[in-house]
Design a binder for this molecule. Structure first.
Ligand SMILES: [Fe+2]
Length: 262
C-alpha cells in the first residue's frame, strides 16, 4: 500500500498564513494527501509562531507543525509548546527547554513519527543533530511505521550529509530555513526521499519573505537593520512524497510550487 505525504515550507507572515488557511484543504484533496506537515517557523510576523496561528494551521489541515530557530521568539508560545503534542521545535536544543521535537501521530491506520532537528552551521551551537537523530530513531523504531524529518538548517552540505546519514532509516528528510525551493529532490540510494529546501509559503515580492528595501539597505550600509516581513500575494512551496507503507520508505518525491491568489 502507498500513502501520500504533503509538506509545505516555512509559512511566512500574514501572506503565508492566508495562503495556508485558504489553500491547504484543496491541496490535500488535489494530492490525495494522507498526512500533512507544515513548517510554521516564520508565521508570526516573520519570527516564530503563536498559539492562535498554530490553531489556524491545524484547522486548515496540518497534522503536525514543525519550526526552527525562531520558535522562542513569541513568549505566548512557550507554554503552548508543552501542551500541544503536534507542534514541534528542534529537538536538539538544551534539555529542559519548553516543548519537544518528536511526536507520533496515528492516522489512516499508520503511525507517523515526525522529528524536527536543527543544523549547527551559521546557527546556534546546540547539541549535534547527527547524534541526536540516532537516539530518536532508536525510540521511533518501536513506536512508528513511518518517520519524517524536518531538518532546519542553513548549510546545503550539512543537510545533504544529514540525509545520507539517515538514508534508509526514514521515509523523508526535507530541509527548511533558507526559504528558496531547491531542485534536488530525489530518493536516496537506500529509500529516503530528500530535498535540500522545500521553499517558503509566503510573500512573493520579497527577499526570503522580508522587505526588499531593508535587505538592500543592510547590504549597502552593513548596518543591522531589523528585517520586516513583506505582505503581498504569496507563493506556496512544498513537496509531495509517495510512501510504501510496508517498507516505511519513499517511492517518489515531487516538488510543488504555486502562486496563491490571496
Ligand atoms: Fe529558521
Amino acid at each position: 500500500m502507498t500513502k501520500n505525504v504533503l509538506v509545505l515550507g516555512d509559512v511566512i507572515g500574514n501572506a503565508g498564513c492566508r495562503a495556508v488557511v485558504s489553500g491547504l484543504k484543496s491541496l490535500i484533496k488535489k494530492f490525495s494527501a494522507d498526512f500533512v506537515v507544515v513548517n510554521g517557523e516564520n508565521s508570526a510576523d516573520g519570527f516564530g509562531i503563536t498559539p492562535e496561528i498554530a490553531t489556524n494551521i491545524f484547522a486548515a489541515g496540518a497534522d503536525v507543525i514543525t519550526t526552527g530557530n525562531h520558535i522562542w521568539q513569541k513568549k505566548e508560545i512557550l507554554e503552548y509548546l508543552d501542551q500541544e503534542e503536534r507542534l514541534l521545535r528542534p529537538d536538539n536544543y538544551p534539555p529542559g527547554n519548553p516543548g519537544h521535537g518528536y511526536c507520533v501521530i496515528e492516522t489512516r491506520g499508520l503511525r507517523f513519527g515526525v522529528i524536527n532537528l536543527q543544523g549547527r552551521v551559521r546557527l546556534p551551537p546546540i547539541e549535534c543533530p547527527f547524534r541526536r537523530v540516532k537516539e530518536l530513531l532508536r525510540k521511533a523504531k518501536s513506536e512508528t511505521d513511518v518517520v519524517i524529518i524536518d531538518f532546519h538548517a542553513e548549510s546545503t552540505e550539512e543537510k545533504e550529509a544529514f540525509a545520507l546519514y539517515v538514508d534508509g532509516d526514514v521515509a523523508l528528510v526535507f530541509g527548511t530555513h533558507t526559504h528558496v525551493q531547491t531542485a534536488d529532490e530525489r530518493v536516496l540510494p537506500n529509500g529516503t526521499a530528500y530535498i535540500t529546501d522545500v521553499g517558503a509559503t509566503g510573500p512573493r515580492d520579497s527577499v526570503i519573505g522580508f522587505e526588499p528595501r531593508i535587505s538592500v539597505e543592510r547590504s549597502l550600509t552593513q548596518m543591522p537593520f531589523r528585517n520586516e516581513v513583506s505582505d503581498n500575494l504569496a507563493f506556496i512551496h512544498g513537496v509531495i512524497v509517495k510512501l510504501d507503507t510496508d517498507t516505511g520508505k519513499a517511492v517518489e518525491i515531487s516538488r510543488y510550487s504555486e502562486a496563491s491568489i490571496v
